[in-house]
Design a protein around this ligand. Structure first.
Ligand code: NAX
Length: 350
């Protein structure tokens, strides 16, 4: 009976018209990450190869002429899934009926700018965008915050959108996760897909804690712990951690521009996992709402945890043993987030 139903479903699917388009907004759409990202989204790498898309590109008014150029290029790609591209500087247009929001645009740190002033400017941006999500987006919208400080910006957006479940908001630490996978893979002389279950704990900042105590590496067909595969505990507890923590700064130093290609790839990985789920037995890292019941992390933060996703719903992978070395680092990054949140909340209430 089940086989019959499955084959009937496949026939209906084969002859039915393509799915309704979904509406996806990317903010900061005239910027460098978006330039690497939009093509992948529009060609089906994130939401599926048979999912038509309406792309909405949101940026600030001075960037509208640049957005026109991006629109022309997307049109010139002649991508069958791309049904419409809408450039705008208005949140009421940008967030109308959207299914997914990728919030890349934020206020960059300018020369001589204090950390507090940067936070203040970003609270204003993410409050406005959160309110617009609340008012105009579908209640099922999945929101990914990339613009820095990503964790706190995500928290502010979520607090400003009380009608959308907190669980629908997440922030990007997948780039850090991918960096950690790649470092271990290169060290072991294997491809990066042979490394799984690394964890980025905490803030997307230099206090983040890249942890491989639960990671596995497939070496010549057999799975071993990352510590056994690397065979160099000093490196794993020292240079490995600082390399991942400071990778963004190293890219800026070399390229004179911040990570864009790798950030775009990580955004695609993150959103695709939300849409289609994580692989069986594997977990990834993303910043999610901490409810105060996982690993002793204080509540009301957006904190990066090991995460599994099924049916567009994430859960923290709980119960992993944590040693003293890890505990101290997980707490240090949480403390930074608490301080950032408290400062941001002062600005939010002003
Ligand atoms: P760009 O400066 O190239 O682009 C940012 C774009 O955002 C600009 O076009 C700007 O006009 C726009 N923007 C500013 N305020 C806006 C607003 N209120 N509404 C809509 N658009 C607005 O920066 P890019 O290299 O693309 O980086 C974007 C953000 O990603 C930065 O905040 C950066 O720090 C952050 N990153 C976060 C990462 C993460 O892992 N969470 C990694 C990569 C990246 O560093």
């Amino acid at each position: 009976m089940l086989t019959l139903l499955t084959s009937m479903y496949m026939v209906v699917r084969a002859i039915s018209p393509q799915a309704e388009p979904i509406r996806v907004v990317v903010t900061g759409a005239a910027g460098q990450i978006a330039y690497s990202l939009l093509f992948s989204i529009a060609k089906g790498d994130v939401f599926g190869k048979d999912q038509p898309i309406i792309l909405i590109l949101l940026d600030i008014p001075p960037m509208l002429p640049v957005l026109d150029g991006v629109v022309m290029e997307l049109q010139d790609c002649a991508l069958p899934l791309l049904r419409e591209v809408i450039p705008t500087d208005k949140v009421e247009v940008g967030f109308k009926d959207i299914d997914a929001a990728i919030l890349v645009g934020s206020m960059p740190r300018k020369e001589g700018m204090e950390r507090k002033d940067l936070l203040k400017a970003n609270v204003a941006i993410f409050k406005t965008q959160g309110q617009a999500l609340d008012k105009y987006a579908k209640k099922t919208v999945k929101v990914l915050v990339v613009g820095n400080p990503a964790n706190t910006n995500c928290l502010i957006a979520s607090k400003s959108a009380p009608s959308i479940p907190k669980e629908n908001f997440s922030c990007l630490t997948r780039l850090d996760h991918n960096r950690a996978c790649s470092q271990v893979a290169m060290r072991c002389g294997v491809s990066s897909d042979k490394v799984k279950n690394v964890i980025i704990w905490g803030n997307h900042s230099s206090t983040q804690y890249p942890d491989v105590h639960h990671a596995k590496v497939n070496v010549s067909g057999s799975e071993v712990s990352a510590y056994d595969a690397v065979k160099n505990d000093a490196w794993l507890r020292g240079d490995f951690i600082s390399t991942v923590q400071l990778r963004g700064a190293a890219v800026i130093k070399a390229r004179k521009l911040s990570s864009a290609m790798s950030a775009a790839k990580a955004i695609c990985d993150h959103m695709r996992d939300i849409w289609f789920g994580t692989k069986e037995g594997e977990f990834i890292s993303m910043g999610v709402y901490a409810a105060g019941n996982s690993y002793g992390i204080p509540e009301d933060l957006i904190y990066s945890f090991p995460i599994q996703i099924k049916n567009k719903t994430w859960k923290v992978v709980d119960g992993l043993p944590i040693n003293d070395f890890s505990r101290a680092k997980m707490d240090a990054t949480a403390a930074e987030l608490v301080e950032e949140r408290d400062t941001a909340m002062d600005f939010l209430s002003q």
